[in-house]
Design a protein around this ligand. Sequence first.
Ligand SMILES: Nc1ncnc2c1ncn2[C@@H]1O[C@H](COP(=O)(O)OP(=O)(O)OP(=O)(O)O)[C@@H](O)[C@H]1O
Ligand SMILES: [Mg+2]
Length: 322
Amino acid sequence: MGSSAAAGGAAAGKIVVERVVRYVSIERGSATLEGTELDLEDAIMGPTGRPYREFPEPAPLASHGPARVIAMVNQKGGVGKTTSTINLAAALAEYGRRVLLVDFDPQGALSAGLGANPHELDLTVYNVLMDRKVNIRDAIQQTGVDGVDLLPANIDLSAAEVQLVNEVAREQVLDRALKSVEDDYDVVLIDCQPSLGLLTVNALTAAHGVIIPLICEFFALRAVALLVETIEKVQDRLNPRLQVDGVLATMYDARTLHSREVISRLVEAFGDKVFETVIKRSIKFADATVAAEPITSYAGNHIGADAYRRLAKELISRGGAP
Ligand SMILES: Nc1ncnc2c1ncn2[C@@H]1O[C@H](COP(=O)(O)OP(=O)(O)OP(=O)(O)O)[C@@H](O)[C@H]1O
Ligand SMILES: [Mg+2]
């Protein structure tokens, strides 16, 4: 082997080692290492079976709006919808995108996760939906994250599902409300509740795209068929522009064959719609929630923060966000 080839080999080796080092993190100051031999494999061949690659750094935007609206939907609970909404928003904002977050879950986890006190909210998305005299701008709040605003929710929203049933064009109420602020933002992310009821249909009707966060467990796959059916119905009847932007595998554990098998099934079913970016399981996400911060600021160097930055870049490079 010539010396230049040897040097090339050494350089490639260095890149791999650097990537592996990034995958190894020390959790909570203890000695739990996330890096494993399988992570080494992921560093070369991504977990979705495509070669690992970096996505280009997004170019700054010269102007803002009109927003692309994305609904974060899965009727299964606890799959990472809210966590992905907060962290994707924070990562998009790091790239200069203006983001509006819509809490569309009466549990108000997104609002709480950004430090809003559910009992101290004067105006919420509920008032915006139910009372046409309420200006959406009066309900929108700034958050502690630069570039990210919030339309909050609290338990009041649980009444909307029933009250909306008698409204004219009941599926289009959120869409109408968002129209007046679409020029202020580049991206609107709607954090849906775990149900396929009227609120979620409103979110799908207002959206250009859907991101489906999906926990890497077999029982989670079953929910997806019904979800896809609902998306297709909304496309047919209410919102022909709606598309699936991507399926996001969350709480992935490289050490288990189980996680890997779930991802192969997902890729079989959804092909390239599965984001190459996969979110690993880490306790840091719960810690960040307790601190009411996105992981990108709570633990900016953690692999979880990097993963959501990579997701933001992947979404932008796919045309899912400006
Ligand atoms: N990658 C991850 N690794 C470990 N824990 C995570 C991860 N993502 C989210 N979690 C935790 O899993 C739990 C559920 O996450 P999250 O609230 O984002 O799900 P959800 O789909 O919004 O749930 P719901 O359907 O109830 O609204 C939370 O406690 C969160 O901190
Ligand atoms: Mg949630």
